[in-house]
Design a protein around this ligand. Structure first.
Ligand code: PHB
Length: 571
């Protein structure tokens, strides 16, 4: 792995300004190295990749871990979903995802092809949305991935607005890194195209209003792009692309067949931008009190306050808060003005904040390089896993996550499935290191009506939609009577948890609570299952339920951050 690349700092920036906050720069370096590595590194690889001393790496990771941004895992460090709140601050301030994602998704559905939105990021392009229908044989990019402008379809459209200085920077970068090693998201360029090719493509894009990528990134991958213009300034706000594969369309076919539909979708996007109400400034989210209110003793000797305070500055930005003055940043974060100022100087040097009109500051797309690409692929089971592990460890019983799932079609002479939601399917599971434990693996199905997990999920559905299947007694204790089951589900709904006693299997007890998304829907359930001999029913409620609720709350918190600008896969 290369040490600090020139991508870390504005080129020619040389040494950091005297007022830059060194611990903040180190924290940023750690987050970016972890991001480039795909989300996980061992502490010794992190030491090598950042060039920092081991004791420094330890303090930085302890601080980031305390903030919920990374997770220590034995000798490894892994990025945690909460880190996405930094990229979310940029995307919320930008506002384009909130206004345009649904149109991009609808176009992807209409064309049955992938559609993406990208913004210009210096001499590269960075994705802010992906509606992926990617098939075999082509790589697919993630939100936050940075690509060299000249190897993409959006690139020439952004380059139509480049200044002389932008072109100089681009030429210098190509001369310094002809094979694109500074762009980990793309395969290296084996035979870099001459600069004149991109200049020609840019002139053509200016004349035609669209641009193509005919396998510039990898063989087979083709794209056509159209700019989405800001109605107020007329400048390119972002670029919408339709992406396909030569097994489906050549680049020319893509242009002929799909460009007209892409253009009308973009016209609708521009209408949406024109008619959007002014953004509503949200309250500045701030975890600051945690770092300023807590004593050094509580935070631990390893905790680096200047790093935590500095990171908080990024979360001062958001919807309706795209451009903030120094005074506004200080007020939103509760930081002293001098502290906020030094953090902003540090971020400007690192290319994460840029000066904006009227002595304000704004976030740059590079904020997405702090964890977004790997984390934007995280599924609910992956989000839940560490929280289930902590729960299983605390209560010394197995803990699971499950979703409602249609019963599979009767393809092997099974009886007809009773409709949607009749089963639960386990999507994550952690067993404490104890010899005797309830034996279930991920993917296992069980009838929803007889399990605590299933009852919690069924209780959240409107009554007519509840598929109870065809309840059969699985033990002498199984509730099968429809009216009684309806009463049980009402109770579950009212009390917020389900407790089953040997209804699925003799000797097995289970207690479960829902995991709700931002809209309040129960998208999954978590449970603790145990042998009846281990705890009385009362002890299940007294001892396990509070732990279970806390675990569900943590999973929900992560899900809200991870799901703010994308759909988190539930399985
Ligand atoms: C993509 O969205 O993956 C994409 C867009 C434009 C390109 C290549 C890939 O030129």
């Amino acid at each position: 792995m290369p040490p600090m690349t020139p991508m870390d700092t504005p080129e020619g920036a040389g040494a950091a300004p005297a007022e830059a906050v060194a611990p903040l720069l180190r924290g940023l370096a750690v987050l970016r190295r972890l991001t480039e590595a795909g989300g996980t590194l061992s502490l010794s690889d992190l030491e090598r990749a950042t060039g920092l001393a081991r004791s420094t790496v330890d303090r930085v990771t302890a601080t980031l871990s305390r903030m919920g941004y990374v997770r220590p895992d034995g000798r490894d460090v892994t990025l945690a979903p909460r880190l996405m709140e930094l990229g979310n601050a940029y995307l919320a301030a930008l506002r384009l995802p909130a206004l345009l994602d649904a149109r991009a998704d609808a176009l992807a559905d209409e064309l049955d092809e992938s559609v993406s939105l990208a913004v210009g990021d210096r001499d590269g392009i960075r994705f802010i949305h992906q509606a992926t229908r990617r098939r075999a044989m082509s790589l697919s990019f993630r939100i936050g991935d940075l690509l060299p402008a000249e190897r993409t379809a959006p690139g020439p459209l952004f380059a139509t607005e480049w200044t002389d200085a932008d072109w100089r920077r681009w030429r210098a970068r190509r001369a310094a890194d002809p094979h694109d090693h500074g762009f980990p998201a793309v395969p290296p360029a084996e035979r870099p195209a001459p600069d004149a090719d991109f200049e020609r493509r840019t002139a053509r894009a200016a004349a035609e209003g669209w641009a193509l990528d005919d396998q510039l990134i990898e063989p087979g991958l083709v794209a056509v792009s159209v700019p989405v213009r800001d109605p107020r300034t007329g400048r390119v706000a972002c670029v919408a692309s339709v992406v396909s594969h030569t097994s489906r369309h050549t680049a020319e076919e893509l242009r002929e067949a799909l460009l007209p539909r892409l253009r009308s979708a973009v016209a609708r996007m521009e209408d949406d931008l024109r008619t959007a109400p002014p953004p509503v400034p949200g309250a500045a989210p701030s975890g600051l009190a945690t770092w300023t209110g807590a004593s050094k003793q509580e935070l631990g000797r390893e905790f680096v306050e200047s790093l935590a305070r500095g990171l908080t500055v990024l979360t001062a930005f958001g919807e309706g808060r795209a451009e903030l003055t120094l005074a506004e940043v200080a007020r939103a974060t509760g930081l002293a003005r001098a502290t906020a100022r030094r953090a902003l100087i540090t971020y400007e040097y690192a290319g994460l904040v840029a000066p904006a009109p009227g002595r304000t500051f704004t976030l740059t797309p590079r904020v997405l390089s702090l964890g977004f690409p790997p984390l934007s692929r995280t599924s609910l089971p992956q989000i839940a896993q560490p929280h289930l592990a902590a729960l299983a460890d605390r209560v010394q019983e197995s803990a699971s996550l499950a979703v409602l799932s249609d019963r599979p079609a009767p393809d092997r002479g099974e009886t007809t499935g009773p409709g949607p939601g009749a089963d639960i399917r386990y999507t994550a599971r952690v067993t404490p290191s104890r010899v005797m434990s309830v034996d279930i693996t991920v993917g296992t199905r069980q009838p929803a009506y007889a399990t605590a997990l299933g009852r919690v999920l069924l209780a959240d559905l409107p009554e007519p939609g509840r598929a109870l299947g065809d309840p059969r007694p699985l033990t002498p204790y199984t509730v099968t009577d429809a009216a009684e089951l309806a009463r049980v589900l009402e109770r579950v709904r009212a009390q917020g948890y389900a407790l089953t006693d040997q209804e699925l299997e003799e000797g097995l007890r289970s207690i479960a609570v829902p995991v709700r998304d931002g809209t309040g829907r129960a998208v999954a359930a978590v449970n603790v299952a145990m042998h009846a001999a281990r705890r009385t029913l009362e002890a299940c409620v007294d001892e396990i339920l509070p732990e279970l609720m806390e675990t569900a709350g943590r999973i929900e918190g992560d899900l809200r951050v991870a799901g703010r600008f994308r759909r988190v896969p539930l399985t």
